[in-house]
Design a protein around this ligand. Structure first.
Ligand code: FES
Length: 115
């Protein structure tokens, strides 16, 4: 997967992939983040909702702040109608609001999901 992606990117772009949280639960995932975050110019991932805040906090700890555009997260959601009518794909956003993954996602800026 990584090599297939890298083949489509300019030579100046390096791609590093991390292990999923499930493979490195707890401190192992945090250790991995501490190695990847200072290096990365951008981050994209599929982060389960309970771990998004952990990722946001790790970014702030290693990079001093979470800037818009730095981390893009794919939100897993049930896309039942796909047109914004059923709210099956409702995603909580920072500030207490809700948006729809089928209309405004499924990829969101981490800033939009975490305060
Ligand atoms: S899938 Fe129905 S509102 Fe998003």
């Amino acid at each position: 997967m990584e090599s297939a992606l890298a083949a489509q990117l300019p030579l100046a772009v390096e791609v590093r992939t991390g292990e999923p949280w499930a493979a490195l639960p707890g401190a192992g995932w945090e250790t991995q983040l501490s190695e990847l975050l200072p290096w990365a110019d951008a981050l994209c991932g599929i982060i389960p909702a309970p771990h998004r805040q952990t990722l946001a906090e790790a970014i702030r700890r290693h990079r001093f702040r979470l800037e818009p555009g730095y981390a893009q997260v794919w939100v897993e959601a049930d896309l039942v109608c796909g047109v914004g009518a059923c709210l099956a794909c409702a995603v909580e956003v920072s500030g207490g609001g809700v948006t729809r993954a089928c209309v405004h996602g499924p990829v969101f800026d981490l800033v939009r999901l975490c305060t």
